[in-house]
Design a binder for this molecule. Structure first.
Ligand SMILES: CC(C)(COP(=O)(O)OP(=O)(O)OC[C@H]1O[C@@H](n2cnc3c(N)ncnc32)[C@H](O)[C@@H]1OP(=O)(O)O)[C@@H](O)C(=O)NCCC(=O)NCCS
Length: 192
């Protein structure tokens, strides 16, 4: 007997504590290294995918801890975004969490995450498409989001969805992001 397809539905407040059960981490055997050329006002950056000596393991770094769950709840209560969960066999196995940025007419994707057990089944694509359809319907000009240069699976997913790299920030997390191999990458999905 085949398993029931996970259900995508609007998030409710009672879902938020259950986000703690999601296994949102990932392992990547490669990373996108940032190479910088030039100096002063004439600088260039490029990303090069390189194999790592030891795969990068995000571990519990994407877990929905108490602070993150409080942030999700606050955004849900704001009432002007798109908040969906994916439910399978009584567990929350996915989340989409998007809110508007009125000042620049865009929508920011805070979270698009699937549990490790339900990846590569098209659920991420479905959540992304729902986010884009919603944002277009609201009249926003783009979806914008951030991920890290060591999250190569997510970078490839965003490229596949049609996102374009819109910025590289080399001191976003610490003053040594390039040396640490974790650099903030900003992506845009243009809607108009
Ligand atoms: C990124 C993520 C949301 C993708 O969700 P998903 O349901 O697995 O993605 P889909 O099955 O819809 O994949 C669509 C396409 O994206 C690309 N893709 C997805 N995962 C990939 C991976 N691990 N490596 C390479 N390409 C990948 C592929 O082109 C895939 O199409 P294919 O399966 O036909 O080859 C999911 O991997 C995830 O939750 N990761 C951990 C949390 C995370 O990093 N979220 C983003 C934080 S910024």
């Amino acid at each position: 007997m085949s398993a029931t397809r996970p259900l995508i539905r609007p998030m409710t407040e009672t879902d938020v504590p259950r986000l703690a059960d999601m296994r949102a981490g990932f392992v990547s055997p490669t990373a996108l290294q940032v190479e910088q050329t030039g100096s002063g006002t004439e600088v260039g950056w490029r990303l090069v995918e390189r194999a790592l000596p030891v795969p990068f393991d995000k571990g519990h770094g994407y877990d929905f801890d108490a602070r993150e769950r409080a942030n999700v709840l606050a955004r849900l209560r704001q009432g002007d975004g798109l908040h969906l969960v994916v439910e399978s066999e009584g567990r929350i196995v996915g989340v989409l969490d998007v809110t508007p940025r009125h000042w620049n007419d865009t929508a920011w994707v805070w979270n698009i995450m699937l549990d490790q057990g339900v990846r590569r089944q098209g659920l991420g694509s479905e959540l992304f498409t729902r986010a884009a359809t919603w944002a277009r319907g609201q009249g926003y000009r783009a979806l914008v989001l951030e991920t890290q240069s060591n999250n190569v699976p997510a970078c490839k997913f965003y490229v596949r969805m049609g996102c374009e790299l819109d910025g590289i920030r080399c001191a976003y997390y610490t003053n040594r992001d390039v040396a640490r191999g974790e650099v903030a990458l900003f992506w845009v999905y243009k809607l108009v």
